[in-house]
Design a protein around this ligand. Sequence first.
Ligand code: ADE
Ligand code: ZN
Length: 342
Amino acid sequence: MNAFIENMPKAELHLHIEGTFEPELMMEIARRNRIALAYNSVEEIKRAYRFSNLQDFLDIYYQGANVLQTEQDFYDLTYHYLKKCAAQNIRHVEIMFDPQTHTSRGIPFKTVIDGITRAMTDAEKNLEVSSLLIMSYLRHLSEEDAFKTLEEALPYKDKICCVGLDSSEKGNPPSKFERVFKKSVEEGFIPLAHAGEEGDASYVREAIELLGVKRIDHGNNAMQDPELVAEIIERDLALTVCPLSNTALKVVDDLKNHPLKKMMDSGLKVTVNSDDPAFFGGHLNDNYIRIQEALNLSTDDLYQLAKNSFIYSFASPEKKKKYLRELDEYFEKHKKFSHNNG
Ligand code: ADE
Ligand code: ZN
């Protein structure tokens, strides 16, 4: 079953590039930029990755991102992740980046986006992994700050597909960003947002009704409100669910109690994603493997999850068709296996 999952074509739709920063690469970049880290070894860094909630994690995540300085640093970070995608049979990925984490430290927007997009172009050519970019506003900062970021992004409009909303959810509801999302949509960006990770169902409702999101990042807590679930289904909005993130941040106490299967059974369009793989103990294939084991998912469930990852991506219709054909061929080839295992 594990090999079957590993070789299955899939897309990743919820991934923070800063969250792919492996301790080894972090130490290497810190060294070349002559920046002192608060840790002396990879083991020490890994030991610090014990979180009791989202904020605990974010404090360490922003600290790690501080060592990124040059265009080459952003290139190396992104290409390192895209190589992992190729090795996991991830055919397409939608990468979130947090410009404010870098511009607030004096790193130019151009440095960040040039490094990331150069790696994306190289990966499409050399690794056959397609990708697009999601610019996420940090919700713990003001809406005014988000407006400034939008202004900075406008010259790079053709390189950014969507806007998102991430960071500390509780106390920073989607309504705080209604105006900047309206302007972002007018400028041609597709709106997305983290909602219902730690925040309750009302955060998901606001993301849909006030921001007009076209996909929901996490969305677990929508399950608290059956009417909301019906509305999400009616609007055909997919959820980017992140199992290992949820257990690492104590959103869910144990993978065996993860709501993913219940979400699927209630009619929600669910996808599996890694969120911040360097921090949460696993990349995308680990998320699939661990959640399959924990919830005893069938091969039909796996097919549906992988299919959703392509259908609810923002890849071009031609690419979607190609990837969905690959997925169908994969399942056709392994029919016997699929048949024997659910
Ligand atoms: N930034 C990076 N990962 C995040 C998550 N899981 N929730 C909110 N903000 C994030
Ligand atoms: Zn996230």
